[in-house]
Write a protein that binds this ligand. Structure first.
Ligand code: NI
Ligand code: MN
Length: 227
């Protein structure tokens, strides 16, 4: 079985696993980091971590065109259903066996208001166990929290952590997060999209690799990684 993930810039990821296409936080229109149009995106499933515009993004349009199932917290799932989009509600700490693997919603320290002002519940991240037992933690937007250690105890193969600062963890706290989670590989996300979250990801990678035994993969928007 092969697993592949593409970073589209910001917190937008495309995952291909066991023949399923999953898009996470599909922010294409208005995302300065990507030139890919949402009309070109194929998806069987769409994961939405929280209600902010740069994460809900083009999810409604992509879901309506592709008939993808949206997976998010109960409040956001209800918001999608009201717009005629199929959704599967979960909530923080709960996992479910989907065709592409076992997906658990994790805690995130952030906000979750939806673009139209609706209540988006609490923000989350994702811990996916693929059908071939690889563990992928997609923290999405969050500040540092001590329970990242509990996520690490599950044995994380690949982690996506924000390093942009201002809205999420910055480089210092993301380094502390790596030390708690101890993934085999970490990929920095949610930086350089906007001026206020500009960061030197290569300098961060050098610090992580000096202070830990974790491998850092710095992707450029559009790059993919097999795992
Ligand atoms: Ni956000
Ligand atoms: Mn964000």
């Amino acid at each position: 079985m092969s697993n592949k993930v593409i970073w589209y810039g910001h917190a937008t990821l495309g995952l291909e696993t066991d023949g399923h296409k999953i898009v996470i936080d599909p922010f294409f229109n208005g995302n300065p980091a990507t030139s890919i149009s949402p009309e070109a995106v194929e998806a069987d499933f769409i994961l939405v971590s929280h209600g902010h515009f740069d994460h809900v993004g083009d999810a409604v349009a992509i879901a309506k065109r592709t008939d993808a199932l949206v997976i998010s917290n109960a409040e956001i799932s209800g918001w999608f259903q009201k717009q005629g989009v199929k959704s599967h509600p979960q909530h923080l700490g709960g996992g479910y066996k989907h065709p592409f693997g076992y997906l658990k919603l994790t805690h995130a320290l952030h906000g979750s208001g939806l673009p139209d002002g609706s209540n988006g519940g609490n923000p989350g991240g994702f811990l996916l166990t693929t059908n071939d037992s690889k563990k992928v933690y997609m923290a999405q937007d969050t500040g540092l929290f001590g329970d990242m250690k509990l996520i690490g105890e599950e044995g994380v193969d690949l982690a996506f952590l924000p390093i942009g600062d201002n809205f999420t963890m910055g480089p210092d706290d993301a380094l502390r997060a790596v030390k708690m989670i101890q993934p085999k590989t970490v990929v920095p996300i949610h930086y350089n999209t906007f001026d206020v979250i500009e960061q030197d990801s290569h300098a961060w990678a050098a610090r992580v690799e000096k202070e830990t035994s974790v491998k850092v993969v710095v992707l450029n928007p559009g790059d993919s990684l097999d795992f």
